[in-house]
Design a protein around this ligand. Structure first.
Ligand code: HEC
Length: 203
């Protein structure tokens, strides 16, 4: 027999030996070679339990309590709303940093460019393929939107735009708002936005 045939044969024998007995009904309790971690005294979600009165491992929330980390009390941060006026916050509650802006750029390019285009002018691949054209971000209307409104659009969607709350965490939404503002500024920049020592190069 050639070496390869021999190896294949050994493989088949090993398979039969190792798995052959599984699933066959037996009289005696099978030997459990290594019981470690196979049988743990723990509750699985939505399993039966005779310990709790409702017969389930799942327990309802205790009334009047909030789970740790789920308070979300800060209206401006979580909802983009000013609690005093009930209107969208005018200013991004997350301070502007270079690192954050780069994060916003990255997230914008991942989630928004497909529809809004890399510069935010609404010209994009999906529009070429027939999707409803989104608005140009560089109009006075959108430039004058409060930051909280843009946050709300990402969070809840608007008319033909779906919500991106499931894909984009709160902190990233605010960084995208920063980046969208930077995009808007880039399309309305004047010579005074350029550092003085670099202005000559553009003149
Ligand atoms: C699937 C395509 C699509 C994606 C992805 C998308 N948008 Fe939109 N967006 C739209 C469309 C379409 C509209 C116009 C909605 C309408 O008026 O019906 C819109 C509108 C908007 C508006 C204007 C809202 C208003 O009040 O007029 C903003 C701001 C906006 N999008 C931001 C974003 C940001 C930021 C992202 C990325 C997180 C994003 N969009 C991702 C399609 C998209």
């Amino acid at each position: 027999m050639k070496m390869r045939t021999l190896t294949s044969f050994a493989g088949v024998v090993a398979l039969v030996v190792l798995t052959g007995c599984q699933g066959t009904p037996k009289e005696k309790t099978p030997i459990h070679v290594n019981p470690n971690m196979d049988m743990q005294p723990k509750y699985l979600p939505q399993a039966e339990s005779d310990f709790f009165a409702n017969g389930s491992t799942n327990q309802p929330k205790v009334e009047g309590t909030v789970a740790r980390g789920q308070l979300k009390e800060d209206d401006a941060y979580y909802r983009g709303m000013d609690p005093r006026t009930g209107k969208p916050v005018t200013e991004n509650p997350v301070p502007l940093t270079e690192e954050g802006l780069l994060r916003g750029q990255e997230r914008y390019n991942i989630y928004c460019t497909v529809c809004h285009g890399a510069t935010g002018n609404g010209k994009s691949l999906v529009v070429e393929r027939g999707f409803l054209p989104p608005p140009d971000f560089h109009t006075d209307l959108i430039r004058n939107y409060p930051d909280g409104h843009i946050y709300d659009v990402i969070t809840n969607g608007i008319r033909n735009m779906p919500s991106y709350a499931a894909q984009i965490p709160v902190e990233d939404r605010w960084q995208i708002v920063h980046y969208l503002r930077a995009l808007q500024r880039s399309q309305h920049a004047t010579i005074t936005d350029v550092p003085e020592d670099l202005r000559d190069r553009l003149r």
